[in-house]
Design a protein around this ligand. Sequence first.
Ligand code: 9MR
Ligand code: ZN
Length: 557
Amino acid sequence: MAIFCDQTGYLPQSVKTAVMTEGRFFEVVRVEDDLEQTVLSGTARDAGTDRASGDRVSVADFSDIRRDGVYYIRSDSGERSHSFRIGKDVYRSLQADMIKALYYQRCGCGLEEKYAGVYAHPCCHTGDAVLWDDRGVAKEVKGGWHDAGDYGRYISPAAVAVAHLLYAFLLFPDSFKDSLNIPESGNGVPDVLNECRYELEWMLKMQEEDGGAYHKLTSVMHVDFIMPQEDKEQFYLFPVSSMATADYAASMALASRVYRAYDEDFADRLYDAAVRAWGWLEKHPGYVGFKNPEGCNTGEYGDDCDLDERLWAAAEMLITTGDAKYQDALSRLMREDLTKTDFGWTDVSGFAALAVLTDPAHRAVADIADGLRAAVLAEADRLAAVAEHSGYGVAMEPEDYVWGSNMVVLNRGMLLVLAALLTEDGETKAAYEETALAQLHYLLGMNATDYSYVTGHGEHAFRHPHNRPTECDGIELPMPGWVSGGPFKTPADDVGRRSIPAGTPPMKCYLDDAACYSLNEITIYWNSPAVFVTAYFNAKSLSGEPYEENIGAVRVR
Ligand code: 9MR
Ligand code: ZN
């Protein structure tokens, strides 16, 4: 028997639940100094058998407790949960750490002790890259974030990660006031934008003369577990793909809007890159895919459809430029059979909805906006129903536990946040928010493995990410703030395959083992949606409801 809770904690005004796998009677104990006091007792609600975990569960509701403090939950059979906090700032350092984690991925520069502490290391990956298709051509493409536990850098994941963060900043700016202690801190620009700029400056180098964006910048094979500065492999610029170029156009257009208020010149460079990328897309209306060449095992990020990427690009171009020609492109793409609600690297259609529906100037015609809004709300309702049937309150069906399932959880959290933003009716809005918050609770420990999937946050946080520097820096603990990929129903790495018996329920197919790259890697685009969801709740909790004001225009629609 066990009791699973959000190990970081709960906001005072929010719904608060924990999941018990046996037994029904529970007590919530408040801990202050050495004093323990039972502040609430009750009977957990039977929630039947949870399909994704196979667990028979009941749900303990302790929403009535609102007082700041440290608590834990115990059952009549003597089980106890990890301790957690109640307070309006419980997710504050979480958000900061999840953004700061990206700083540790910076490539092409040294990480100084002043900012990186024990994780400091010398400069890495400074050599020129050569074109995969024309080895005689060398280019300087230093910079950007290492994508994940490997040292590759890929355009689509980069575009998506930056977009999650920039939208979080645009919509919930009040939750981005903390300094991250990075080299640019104190320059008058919010640190989240400083950190994103490090990635964007690299992206600006990843474009060909004709506007196309290289699909990726990697070595041929992943290197062994060595520090980044020891990796002396040749890096290659792999061919342009239409998926990468459309993601590129979209993210550059979005970024030019965001940075305009801080740095006109930079915004102009981003704008120009976006327009040139769009030009490439116009000249190449057909799908231009990417497949890893024979013998290359670095990330592929393949995709057999580029229409959702083009849809996103058209939406961002329309909103950034106001030019009617993008309206036509957007209308045409809206007629394709595409989801409109995804925020992952393969399927980016949800960003088109985000762009159009949060545009204060309502640049998209009503037809388009109505179509997107209807799609968002329908998907939010579907997800709410899925979460309702999950014993853990998570909006995931058993088959949704794919490689990087925590990204799916968090992208769904984002969609629910967007639905809340679009909803006026107080009760419906609160229900969307509650379900969105439940996705964060799942991530932070209210799940069948008992792990908080964010390093350094929670009494039982995972500690062994598949991340090269973490494995070889000789430091016991990983940097705080990394989101694990999480359970995967059919593990693809040897250790995961060998150690997890066939038939294990999907939500339990997880190991906190650095060898498990398909279960426990970290990536920039698993952190970024977690920042988005967290930022919404921090904005609301730490400074009233500032987003109401920021997206006022949305609510009028
Ligand atoms: O996140 C990616 C996941 O959705 C795919 O199923 C998987 C296999 O193609 O690849 C993941 O991406 C990895 C990338 O290829 C290389 N860098 C590490 C990424 C995370 O595991
Ligand atoms: Zn590097």
